[in-house]
Design a protein around this ligand. Sequence first.
Ligand code: 5RP
Length: 219
Amino acid sequence: MTQDELKALVGRAAIDYVVPGTVVGVGTGSTVNCFIDELAKIKDRIAGAVSSSQKSTERMQALGIKVLDPNTVESVPVYIDGADEIDRGGHMIKGGGAALTREKIVADIAERFVCIADASKLVDTLGGFALPVEVIPMAAGQIERRLRALGGEPRLREGVVTDNGNVILDVKGLSITDPAALEAEINQWPGVVTVGIFARNKASVCLLGTPEGVRKLEF
Ligand code: 5RP
């Protein structure tokens, strides 16, 4: 099976986690796009969706899925999103699509985070994928220095401005053995909007697409 077929497989499988009559939290990315396409088929059975990016909003609206303002939604039973990496404890690196801040906001109002990913995303230790950090532009220089002091190699993602008007630093060279501690540390630096470590808002379940079918990991 190709990587795209594995993404389609888990996108379909995630439909089983949608609770009829409720609002669904929807992430961002190519795997989530497969899920959105499936969600459109049952759009009359849900109360709507809360979106984590302009891209997902546009895709859902084009398919007739009602997108709600997150400020009007207190909680959602489930948030479905992809990941750039996930470890065996359900901690993730996210933000490859630059949507990490809104993804974390929606994940935070969700009772369960269902991660959908192809098998290549499962790792023993986070950090092989460069860690995205969304930063207020005037703080980028100072945040880069702090990240270097941690042993990372930050690089500005050229030509990218987030939905929130900020920039992304991608940090190579970190071996993230304590995701919760590093998330807390980086988050408190002035100028950091969001770090792409999802430890506090980790996955509850991961539907992993493998050539043998969907493998379910629970955390
Ligand atoms: C976007 C994300 C995505 O979930 C992550 O990049 C995975 O994307 P894809 O499903 O395209 O591999 O965090 O900010």
